[in-house]
Design a protein around this ligand. Structure first.
Ligand SMILES: Nc1ncnc2c1ncn2[C@@H]1O[C@H](COP(=O)(O)OP(=O)(O)OP(=O)(O)O)[C@@H](O)[C@H]1O
Ligand SMILES: [Mg+2]
Length: 353
C-alpha cells in the first residue's frame, strides 16, 4: 500500500468528524431528464453529538444519507460539493473504498432497514456475517460480540438465534441498531429509525439511542420527518425543505428562537412526544415537485409571510445567532412572524405578494 493511498483513506483523528460542504445531488430519470434533489447543502457533525435532519417527505433526507456512503442508486449523483470524514474526501472514493468505510467508521441504518433483515436467516448469523466480513474473528468470538451488542440495545441475548419474524417491530429495530454498532463506528446515520413503531416503543428506542450515543461517545445523524422526535433527541439540527437547508444549527436556539417561517409552521404541525395538548395547525399545500422548482424561495407558495423579494432568488442562509442560521428575507420582522404563525388564520390566508 503506497503512502498516498494510506493518507487518502486513513481518517485523521485531529480533523473534524463530518463536513458536508455545498453538495448538490441530481437524479436522472427517463421521463424528466435530470432533477436536482439537493441544492447547495452544507452541514457539519461534531464529536459526541446527535445531529438531526428534519423536513417533510420528499425533501431529500434519505438522499443526503445515502450520498454520505456512496449508496445513491445508479441514477443519482453528487454533482457538486465535498463530503469529508475526518479529512478523508468521501466523494473521491470508489464504491469498494466506501464499502471499507461502511460499518467500520460510518454505519447507516437505512429507512425501513428493520424490514430488510433476511427472513430465512437467524438474527445472530446476520450480525455475525457482517462482523466477519470486516474482522478476522472466529464464530465463537463473533457470537460473544452479538451477545454483548444485544445487552447494549436492550435485547435478551438468549433470543439472538431467533428468526426476524419472531421479533416485534421494536425488537427488530433494536437488532438492526446492534448490527450498526457491531464494528464500533464513530458515526451512525439513522434514517427514520422509529417511524414504523408505536409512540411508546418509539420513545423507548429513542431513549436507548441517546444513552448509547452518550455511553459509547459516538456521533449520530438522526433523520426524521417528525420534529417532536428530533426535539427530544438531538443537540444540533438541520431543517430541510425541497432540497435546501432552511434553518440550521444549535437545537435549543432553533426551537427557542425560531427564525424561519417553515420551521414556525412545522412546530405547530406535530403533537409532542410527551403528549402535551396542543392545537395542531398544518401547513397548507404540499412540497414543490422537483421539476417545478424555480429560482424563487422554495417555500414561497406555502408561506403566508411571502413578499415580493421572496420571488427573486432563494434566500441565502444567514447567521441569526451563535451557531444558528436561517434562510429567509424577513428576519427583521421575526417577532411579528412568530406571533402570526401561532394563529390558524395566518396559514389559511393567501400570501400578500
Ligand atoms: N431514484 C430516484 N430517482 C428519481 N428521483 C428520486 C429517486 N429517489 C428519490 N428521488 C426524488 O428525490 C427527492 C428526495 O427524496 P428522498 O427519498 O431523499 O426524500 P426524503 O426526505 O427521504 O422523504 P421521506 O420522508 O418520504 O423518506 C424526492 O422528490 C424523490 O421523488
Ligand atoms: Mg427518506
Amino acid at each position: 500500500m503506497s503512502m498516498q493511498h494510506t493518507a487518502r483513506l486513513e481518517p485523521q483523528e485531529n480533523e473534524p468528524l463530518l463536513e458536508v460542504d455545498g453538495i448538490s445531488i441530481e437524479y436522472t430519470t427517463r421521463s424528466e431528464g435530470s432533477l436536482r434533489a439537493i441544492d447547495d447543502l452544507s452541514f457539519r457533525v461534531s464529536e459526541d453529538e446527535i445531529f438531526g435532519l428534519v423536513g417533510e417527505s420528499g425533501c431529500g433526507k434519505s438522499t443526503v444519507a445515502k450520498s454520505l456512503l456512496g449508496l445513491l442508486p445508479n441514477n443519482g449523483e453528487v454533482v457538486e460539493g465535498d463530503i469529508r470524514y475526518r479529512g478523508v474526501d468521501l466523494t473521491g472514493l470508489s464504491r469498494e473504498e466506501l464499502n471499507e468505510f461502511r460499518w467500520e467508521h460510518i454505519s447507516l441504518i437505512s429507512q425501513g432497514a428493520m424490514n430488510a433483515l433476511n427472513p430465512v436467516h437467524r438474527i445472530s448469523s446476520q450480525i455475525i456475517e457482517s462482523i466477519q466480513a470486516h474482522r478476522d474473528v472466529s464464530t465463537d468470538e463473533a457470537r460473544e460480540r452479538v451477545a454483548e451488542l444485544f445487552e447494549l440495545v436492550g435485547l435478551d441475548p438468549e433470543r439472538m438465534d431467533d428468526y426476524p419474524h419472531q421479533f416485534s417491530g421494536g425488537m427488530k429495530q433494536r437488532a438492526y441498531i446492534a448490527m450498526a454498532l457491531s464494528l464500533d463506528p464513530d458515526l451512525i446515520i439513522a434514517d427514520e429509525p422509529t417511524t414504523a413503531l408505536d409512540v411508546i416503543v418509539q420513545d423507548q428506542i429513542l431513549k436507548r439511542i441517546k444513552e448509547l450515543q452518550e455511553d459509547l461517545g459516538i456521533s449520530m445523524i438522526l433523520i426524521s420527518h417528525d420534529i417532536s422526535v428530533v426535539a427530544e433527541t438531538c443537540d444540533r439540527l438541520g431543517v430541510m425543505y425541497a432540497g435546501k437547508m432552511m434553518e440550521y444549527g444549535d437545537l435549543k436556539s432553533i426551537f427557542g428562537d425560531t427564525y424561519n417561517p417553515y420551521m414556525l409552521g412545522l412546530q405547530n404541525a406535530f403533537p409532542t412526544l410527551s403528549g402535551e395538548k396542543q392545537d395542531l395547525i398544518s401547513i397548507p399545500g404540499s412540497t414543490p415537485d422537483l421539476k417545478e422548482i424555480s429560482e424563487e424561495c422554495r417555500f414561497v407558495n406555502r408561506c403566508p409571510f411571502a413578499e415580493k423579494e421572496c420571488r427573486t432568488t432563494h434566500p441565502p442562509l444567514e447567521k441569526v445567532n451563535n451557531d444558528h442560521y436561517s434562510a429567509c428575507y424577513r428576519h427583521d420582522d421575526v417577532e411579528e412572524l412568530r406571533e402570526l404563525a401561532n394563529k390558524r388564520e395566518a396559514w389559511h390566508q393567501e400570501g400578500k405578494l
